[in-house]
Write a protein that binds this ligand. Sequence first.
Ligand code: XMP
Length: 510
Amino acid sequence: MDRILVLDFGGQYSQLIARRVREQRVYAEIEPCGGISLQEILSRGYSGMIFTGGPNSVYDPASPRFDSAVLDAGIPILGICYGAQLIAHMAGGTVSPAENGSEYGRTAVNAGGGALFRDVPPQSVCWMSHTDFISAVPAGFEVTAVTDKCPCAAMGDDERKIYAVQFHPEVTHTEYGRQIFSNFLFDICGCVGDWDPADFAEGIIEEYRRSLAGKKVLLALSGGVDSSVAALMLHRAVGRNLTCVFVDHGLLRKDEGDFVEDTFRRIFGVNLIRVNAGDRFLGKLAGITDPERKRKIIGEEFIRVFEEQAGRIGRVHALAQGTIYPDVIESGKGASAVIKSHHNVGGLPDVISFDRLIEPLRDLFKDEVRAVGSMLGLPPELVWRQPFPGPGLAVRIMGEITPEKVRILQEADAIFRQEVEGAGLDRGPDQYFAVLTDTRSVGVMGDARTYGYTAALRAVSTDDFMTAEWTRLPYDVLERASRRITNEVPGISRVVYDISSKPPATVEWE
Ligand code: XMP
């Protein structure tokens, strides 16, 4: 299997670059530029490397660099944005700050010549985002693209197979970005394009079958796509030696706990322990209104429940987690401000004793995890499940959480989801749900005055959940959902639609 190294210089699109490569069925992995040596790169036998963009200027001595011997290592290289400037700088060219030459957004580019631009028309649109530019091209390189403001929008050295583009081919606004990657991967690096996440997963299952034979494995199953796929892979590898613990904290969506249990225990025959701990969680949450406190309480209680179950099972050899590749990459980066303390099962290894931590999905992106899930026969409702926060409905009930409010929200949310799905829109918004606000308002039903809660409906469209736009759901879908919720759910007398994007709002209300 061919492998491409994406050497990360701190760019915001590094993951996108890796995904673009994998979309062409070539395996790509990301390493921070300070985390790998040239020696290591050579020993791994990469077919090519991509230097990412980054926020720095190459003439700042503190900017990230790499051993310039890499240019003569015989591995094809594609530099993007900062990566392009770094190649120019390392190879003896000049990078200058643009006085009024910075370009941002869609930009007309004239390209031609060199292997990188095969089948790319002379005039097209690219996506630019830069201030510095390559003002003098190093010896051995030829300029292969220009824009109005940028005398070197791309350059290449066909002999050494080193290429650099000032623009971002990974962004969809670059019309021929896909072609450029294809040229680099197949023509220049000689890759075959045989990467298949499902085959890859089969290989991992086979490896676990050998290394975990006769050993006990424990996994916390949430019913989310990641832990579900991890569970099925391990079930295929070790069968009944896998125990999945599914903690139902009573804050799941309507009927979800039963669906997860049914799927795993009855359909797949997984050794599953469901812990119905709703009363326990709701007891701890009584009277709590602060969102962060709610999250902390649920996170701590979750660990406690899991720990108790693990204690009953006895010593396990391995603890399995559904960590996926973006989690692995992100955990290697510096701390950013805590907007919300996320609760995932990632904290568990501290409290349970085991010899080995296994993460079957740690090399896969989300879309690849879904492909593996389909291959393993996971029902589409689970494969395509929208994200659901670990603390569940607790972060969708404003103010104090009571069993009654949980029931009201479960009903309203189920109706909203039915209406979105019934309209054939279930693959439209990336996440959609109802929120129970703590605002009550006056209504009228029959001849009687009501004083019920206001439910808010939320639907967002997003690529990565870091930013999100509110989805323009059709009015008639909203109308049906509103009518049904106010008619069918006692306790709700008003429905509003949330039209805030992220930022400045977040997806969840708490
Ligand atoms: P926010 O509200 O931060 O949400 O814009 C972004 C995405 O993350 C999900 N989310 C969580 N997921 N544990 C999770 O596993 C959490 O505590 C949590 N909080 C938010 C949210 O549903 C959205 O998809």
